[in-house]
Design a binder for this molecule. Structure first.
Ligand SMILES: [Zn+2]
Length: 250
């Protein structure tokens, strides 16, 4: 196993703004995770599941903030890649007496429902589920629609936007009142943006998708990797300029 020992580590977590928490990605092939606490019911909604190896460290990080992982009742996925979805398999095993509902859009939902390993492990990353001690099995995933909104408690209402370019199944979750964008691997802080060279990726689509979210009013930018920001629009704009400059090379 070439992955670092994440079994005994703790995912560093902090409250971003009221009732939404960020848990930092572990070093290797993991992702940032976000949790919304519905105070009225005590239920928790998780955005992206990490790589599975990091699940215990997420639970530890949650525990440090007084959040009980057994209260996770919903998991929302941004896209189909290994570092975002693999944690689903151990999570549903762990919570088997009261498994959370899983939600995804389009290709992501299809890939998870059918258990298409080659699309969860894109390109030639040289890794397999065995390295994570897992087997890809079909999952009972509910399908999100683009025009529906997701309510988490009475405080959070997310729109879903289809934003391809990094992968075929990539979506963004946007909360307009609180100005929160959860863009998966579309756009990162510091002028970075998602890879477009995996199967199903497209530079043109990535540019269009970043342009689209650049027109949203975003304070909290909560991407799948690297840091988060409470200065969202200037960050997205920076990435938009950077991705356009890449395009001008071709
Ligand atoms: Zn990805």
């Amino acid at each position: 196993m070439f992955f670092p020992d994440t079994e005994n580590s703790v995912k560093l977590g902090r409250e971003v703004t009221e009732d939404i928490y960020h848990f930092e990605e572990n070093p290797m092939l993991d992702c940032n995770q976000f949790i919304i606490n519905d105070k009225s019911t005590g239920e928790l909604a998780l955005f992206d599941s990490g790589n599975g190896l990091s699940l215990k460290s997420l639970f530890e990080g949650m525990n440090n903030l007084g959040l009980d992982y057994r209260k996770i009742t919903k998991v929302f996925l941004t896209h189909e890649h290994v570092d975002h979805v693999l944690g689903l398999y151990p999570l549903i095993k762990t919570l088997k007496s009261n498994p959370p509902e899983l939600y995804a859009y389009g290709e992501t939902a299809k890939i998870l429902r059918e258990g298409i390993e080659s699309k969860i492990f894109p390109g030639n990353l040289g890794i397999s589920p065995k390295m994570f001690g897992l087997e890809i099995i079909p999952l009972d995933v509910k399908i999100l629609n683009i025009h529906e909104t997701i309510n988490i408690g009475s405080e959070f209402t997310f729109n879903i936007y289809y934003t391809p370019g990094h992968s075929q199944g990539s979506i963004c979750y946007y909360e307009s009142n609180k100005k929160i964008l959860i863009p998966g691997d579309l756009v990162f802080t510091g002028g970075s943006f998602g890879r477009y060279d995996f199967p199903g990726g497209s530079l043109d689509a990535l540019i269009e998708s970043i342009k689209f979210v650049n027109n949203l009013d975003v304070k909290y930018l909560l991407p799948g990797h690297m840091g988060i920001s409470d200065n969202g629009n200037p960050q997205i704009d920076y990435s938009y300029k950077m991705v356009q400059s890449i395009k001008s090379f071709f």
